[in-house]
Design a protein around this ligand. Structure first.
Ligand code: HEM
Length: 405
């Protein structure tokens, strides 16, 4: 039975995230109409799922709520017709399962252990190389730098050209309507991503001709599930891996610094008891919620929180809201180190598409904070952040920070 719902603003408006004014709108939705039908939006009608428990229901029922590219994929905005870029996050089983299995070993615990020393060495050198007593852009000098180096390692991509990976990631997620968008149209986006594909295809051919090695390109080139991808799927798959490994971790590195600066007592807890580092990392990832939403498409009629969802409907899970749901998380608006069940946030999603790189991201953040604490760095945020105009990635484009000597 569908109850009449109160008027609510369209939470798909990217301006809400650029201006960071989304919180009260989601609080109202969770309170009044947690599975809310927005009849009119630039993306057509859609359902907003805003409570933790309902988001979990959608996540865990991939048969009813599909991720398939041909039904529209995983963002509220449908992909431009004829320019769809399928990849395994936009697939249902069995293809999803086979492709995910191909790349998962790169982020398996044994390989994370192998990469730890390298990540630490790079983190130390980036922190030691920052100028003192003058503003630096934390996003560029730390968050982007560290994630670009990591991504280049995962692909065995030339380190000297690692910023190309950052650029393609920015291109892949750009809202073409933003004033400061790196590309201004979907045609321009596809052209840039085609350059990415051509660059990757050269490495792919080399690795396909060599014995398998332990990098993402070689692993995909030698796997039956991925070795014969059509061009658009090839572009889509590299886009997924680049955005997955880059944007999200990058924004947690910046959002974390802001959260800690606003709540100095919380870092003091970690200084007093190093065992709280894991909790700090999880709380940073929850608090930032780098992915704002994921979308599904209903494959059949169903019911969610008493609302009737029809086959073909767009169902949007707002992670930013689920992570602020006061029913599931105590005082969710506070940044608290040492929360019970700190890792049970929604930032990595859940179910069959749960982030494959979650442990890597956590390790990168943990090492960053360990190295910051070792140096006892004192920060001052010297100006407001510039936030991304996007309803998909909760991104921070720049943040001036002074490190006191
Ligand atoms: C703090 C950092 C990160 C966050 C917040 C994050 C968030 C997410 C989310 C929300 C999803 C979709 C989950 C769902 O639909 O239920 C996802 C999937 C994915 N992520 Fe991450 N991610 C992060 C880091 C990474 C890293 C470091 C990598 C790569 C090394 C990565 C690669 C992927 C891939 C390949 C998928 C698709 C998984 C699938 O469809 O089975 N992510 N991530």
């Amino acid at each position: 039975m569908n109850a009449p719902s109160p008027q609510h603003i369209d939470v798909s408006n990217p301006r809400l995230y650029r201006e960071d004014t989304w919180r009260p709108h989601f609080a109202a939705l969770r309170r009044d109409d947690p599975v809310h039908r927005h009849e009119a939006s630039p993306y057509g009608p859609y359902w907003s799922v805003t409570r933790y428990a309902d988001i979990m229901k959608v996540e865990l029922d991939h048969r009813t709520y599909s991720s398939a590219s041909e039904l529209g994929g995983i963002q509220i905005a449908d992909q431009p017709k004829g320019q769809e870029l399928p990849n395994f996050i936009r697939m249902d089983p069995p293809r999803h399962t086979a492709q995910r299995k191909t790349v998962a070993p790169i982020v398996a615990p044994s390989n994370l252990t192998n990469m730890e020393a390298l990540i630490r060495e790079r983190t130390a050198s980036v922190l030691d190389g920052l100028p003192r007593n003058q503003p630096v852009d934390w996003v560029d000098r730390v968050s982007t730098e560290l994630t670009a180096m990591m991504l280049a390692t995962l692909f065995d991509f030339p380190q000297a050209e690692r910023r190309k990976l950052t650029h393609w990631s920015d291109v892949a997620i750009a809202n073409v309507e933003a004033e400061d968008a790196v590309v201004k149209s979907d045609v321009e986006r596809l052209a840039e991503l085609t350059v990415m594909a051509e660059t990757m295809a050269v490495l792919w051919k080399e690795r396909a001709a060599q014995p398998p090695k332990f990098d993402l390109i070689s692993m995909m080139a030698h796997s039956e599930a991925t070795q014969n991808m059509p061009l658009h799927e090839f572009i889509g798959t590299f886009g997924l891996l680049i955005v997955g490994g880059n944007d999200t971790t990058r924004n947690s590195m910046t959002g974390g610094l802001m959260a800690v600066q606003d709540n100095p007592g919380e870092l003091d807890k970690v200084k007093a008891d190093g065992r709280l580092l894991d909790s700090l990392v999880s709380e940073i990832i929850r608090f930032q919620t780098p992915v704002i939403h994921m979308r599904r498409t209903a494959t059949c009629d169903s019911e969610l929180a008493g609302r009737s969802i029809r086959k073909g409907d767009k169902v949007v899970m707002w992670y930013v809201s689920g992570n602020r749901d006061e029913v599931a998380i105590e005082e969710p608006e506070r940044f608290v180190v040492g929360r019970p069940r700190a890792r049970q946030h929604l930032s990595f999603g859940a179910g069959i598409h749960r982030c494959v790189g979650d442990r890597l991201a956590e390790m990168q953040l943990k090492i960053l904070w360990e190295e910051i604490l070792k140096r006892d760095l004192e920060f001052e945020i010297a100006g407001p952040p510039v936030r991304l105009y996007s309803n998909f990635i909760r991104g921070i484009r720049s943040l001036p920070v002074v490190i006191h000597a």
